[in-house]
Ligand binder design. Structure first.
Ligand SMILES: NC(=O)NCCC[C@H](N)C(=O)O
Length: 258
């Protein structure tokens, strides 16, 4: 049976110091952030996902955005090397967690940089955003790790947001969705559906037609519901202040056989 496991990491005490690059800094309420994170985890669990806690990295403000630390394709985990120096220590603890779950582990090495949030998997197609966090060497290393396993790696420029998945994600049928003003080249995707809000571009596939989405994207949720999907909205306002989105708060492992 394919697994439905999701890695998550609790928000740490320095969360409010997390990086902001494309938005102005606004104060984060740590207590509210913890409650929102708990609700996010409850929604995953309520939809049949077994959540696996990665050990805390309390010195790293952005550690809760665990998606950026690792990319998993089939049973191979590629440990990221962030384009943001302040985020590199976050991978500690992730290696052990994915190895315990049965992955073989690879690493992105210097001079490569890659953030997991720059990698969007749609079936066997692996889109990788070349932008602020992922460089050309990182793209090459991703190809070297996953193409032998059957991945088709497609590199796409990202210049308007921190990560590829801040701009686009994909619906269960493979349609890529994005808020057009923030997408560099929508024509690179075979099927592209524009959504009206920035955070409406972010969906976590919960299973079936259910989509975990941010409460800040009601019009996009309505559009997707009208197309037969079932949005499940969660308020992640405190993480959005740090340019986080619903996708980056977990790493969903669908391909592991355990
Ligand atoms: N994949 C993602 O969208 N990750 C969000 C990371 C937010 C964090 N404050 C950062 O700038 O790295």
């Amino acid at each position: 049976m394919p697994s439905k496991k999701a890695l998550v990491r609790r928000p740490g005490p320095r969360l409010a110091e997390g990086l902001v690059t494309h938005v102005a800094r606004t104060p984060v309420d740590p207590g509210k952030a913890r409650e929102q994170w708990q609700e996010y985890v409850s929604v995953l669990e309520g939809h049949g996902w077994e959540t696996v806690l990665v050990e805390p990295a309390d010195d790293c403000p952005d550690a809760v955005f665990v998606e950026d630390t690792v990319v998993v394709f089939r049973n191979v985990a590629l440990i990221a090397r962030s384009g943001a120096g302040s985020r590199r220590a976050e991978t500690s603890g992730v290696e052990q967690t994915v190895a315990r779950l049965g992955c073989s582990v690879n690493w992105v090495w210097e001079p490569g940089t890659l953030d997991g949030g720059d990698v969007l998997k749609v079936g066997d197609t692996v889109y990788v955003g070349r932008g602020g966090r992922t460089n050309a060497a990182g793209v090459q290393q991703l190809r070297a790790a996953f193409e032998p396993l059957g991945a088709r790696v497609v590199a796409v420029p990202v210049s308007k947001v921190p990560h590829l998945k801040s701009a686009v994600t994909a619906l269960p049928d493979g349609t890529v969705i994005g808020h057009e003003p923030l997408v560099d080249h929508a024509s690179l995707f075979p099927r592209f559906l524009p959504v009206p809000e920035e955070s409406g571009a972010h969906v976590v596939l919960l299973g079936g037609n259910r989509l975990l989405m941010a409460a800040s994207a009601p019009r996009s949720a309505e559009l997707l519901a009208d197309l037969g999907h079932e949005p499940v909205l969660v308020d992640i306002s405190e993480f959005e202040k740090l340019e986080g989105c619903v996708t980056c708060l977990s790493v969903r492992l669908r391909d592991l056989y355990a």
